[in-house]
Design a protein around this ligand. Structure first.
Ligand code: UN1
Length: 512
């Protein structure tokens, strides 16, 4: 197909097939199956993937338990070596896997590559971590006693991921879980099975380079909600990490809690930026543009609410509207494109519905219309939308997974922070200011109530080194860096008596 820029692209389905082959994905897994895989670039079907039945989950979990029982005895630094080799495979296949992310999720080329880079980064992090699974030594109140804290592998970890980061989210969980001594079971989004198959193939290559690992150490479960439910309900899976909508997370969280499992939930965000009078407006504009329009507004960290001080509103918002009007929307394979397609028709309809609601409530809308419908009837490209509102109406409090930026005008910082925190979600946030007092207030206990709070950068595009996740309806989970690894292990407190006496704690006497 010939693009607007005159570049001739291979047909999407052909390129997908070539990439799957080059990544070593067995053709039997994506040819002749029951689940159609699509590309949002054209909306066309690219492959037919073989699915797992919900009834197959139990057997997969049994294999995962067996793999865990062997893997947990492998020294952690040696486990790290497998993850290092996975990182090597990802480095070697970065271009191909990044391209597949572009074809299957619709990300622009640099973001597809960036997602694979994020996987490489977490592998590096996990390799270092494999020698740093530190516990504490604790002073005992009893003579001749020592207390310590030991971190042990916990068991199979279930990983449920979303379409928008079809491969990176698995890696944040899997790289940590594996060095922590666990096995993993992955249920990818129904919208992105092909990238999952590719990652599984790369994992298998790493296992071969490693000299073999327990069978079933990392398994892929492609299927619908029933497969996710079977995984979620299985008592042999002590940890379920789920990324996606709050609606999904509420179901998963409740089901896991019912059997006293642990869940790591990474759910909806409704991320805001506050723009203060002293903000560097050039930088602010660029920060907002990437965070709000990048990835076509389909990151959980995407900027959705802009809270602008009245003194800069009339300078900033028209400039922003201009940037929105001229941003390049199109085929994400093309070099100049910044905004690729929405994932599907449902995403498009959700966006239009939110815009209609905002319009009816008096919102002033810039952009938001469908574009390129003639070039690709089954693909959904939109111009990102700005919606100026007088107050934070109900629709603003919901996460619409599309590029809509609601803009609100405020007086001082206290009013801005109040509005900022007045939504059910609590993932990411940011403030643009050159005033130290404002910046520090925003990141203080009285400031942003989110898991991520940034100064002079937008809310999206976090590095892997920090713990990633958020509060309230975002679910409270933390993945990736810092000490997020602790959620993938069980903690044992050990008291060791090296004396010949048996003193009891709290001075209790019990002489028999
Ligand atoms: C997501 O959208 O699910 O901070 C994760 C970011 C990325 C991760 C987004 N590192 O935007």
């Amino acid at each position: 197909t010939k693009s607007e820029a005159g570049i001739v692209h291979k047909p999407v389905a052909q390129e997908v097939a070539d990439l799957l082959q080059s990544l070593g994905v067995p053709e039997a897994s994506w040819h002749g199956g029951t689940r159609a895989a699509r590309s949002p670039i054209t909306g066309e079907i690219t492959a037919h993937v073989v699915e797992a039945e919900a009834s197959a989950v139990s057997g997969a979990v049994a294999r995962s338990v067996a793999a865990f029982e062997a893997w947990r005895t492998v020294p952690a630094p040696r486990r790290g070596e497998l993850v290092r080799l996975l990182g090597e495979e990802l480095r070697a296949h970065k271009t191909a896997l990044g391209r597949l992310v572009t074809l299957e999720a619709g990300k622009i080329v640099s973001e597809g590559l960036g997602e694979v880079q994020e996987m490489i980064d977490i592998c590096d992090f996990a390799v270092g971590l494999s020698r740093q699974l530190y516990g504490l030594t604790i002073a005992s109140e009893r003579p001749g006693h020592r207390m310590m804290e030991t971190w042990h592998p916990v068991g199979p970890v279930g990983i449920i991921t979303a379409f928008n980061f079809p491969v990176a989210v698995w890696s944040w969980n899997a790289a940590l879980a594996l060095v922590c001594g666990n096995s993993v079971l992955w249920k990818p989004s129904e919208k992105t099975p092909l990238t999952a198959l590719a990652v599984q193939a790369l994992f298998e290559r790493a296992v071969t380079a490693f000299g073999g690992a327990p069978e079933g150490l990392s398994q892929l479960l492609i299927g619908g909600a029933e497969v996710g439910a079977a995984l979620t309900d299985d008592v042999r899976v002590p940890v379920i990490s789920a990324t996606g909508s709050t609606r999904m997370g509420r179901i998963v969280g409740e089901r896991v809690a019912r059997r006293f499992g642990r869940s790591i939930l990474e759910l909806g965000g409704n991320n805001a930026a506050i723009v203060c009078p002293s903000a560097d407006l050039d930088l602010t504009l660029r920060g907002i543009a990437f965070a709000a329009m990048g990835t076509a507004g389909q990151r959980c960290t995407s900027l959705r609410r802009l809270i602008v001080n009245e003194s800069v509103y009339d300078t900033l918002v028209p400039r922003l509207a201009k940037a929105y009007a001229s941003v390049s929307i199109g085929d994400p394979r093309e070099a100049g494109t910044l905004i690729g397609p929405l994932i599907d028709a449902e995403a498009y309809e959700g966006m239009q519905k939110a815009l209609e609601t905002a319009r009816a409530a008096g919102g002033r809308i810039h952009g938001g219309e469908r574009v390129r419908a003639d070039a690709a009837a089954d693909a959904y490209y939109v111009r990102p939308a700005i919606v100026e509102l007088d107050e934070q109406i109900d629709v603003v409090k919901h996460e619409t997974f599309a590029p809509i930026l609601y803009v609100l005008r405020v007086g001082g910082l206290p009013e801005a922070i109040k509005l900022h925190n007045d939504v059910p979600q609590g993932l990411s946030s940011s403030i643009f200011t050159s005033d130290l007092r404002e910046a520090e207030t925003f990141v203080s206990a009285e400031g942003s109530d989110c898991g991520i709070a940034n100064v002079n950068i937008g809310p999206s595009g976090a590095e892997i080194g920090g713990a990633f996740g958020g509060e309230k309806e975002t679910g409270g989970g933390r993945e990736s860096g810092s000490d997020a690894w602790k959620a993938y292990m069980r903690r044992a407190t050990n008291t060791i008596n090296y004396s010949r006496q048996l003193p009891l704690a709290q001075g209790v006497s019990f002489d028999v």
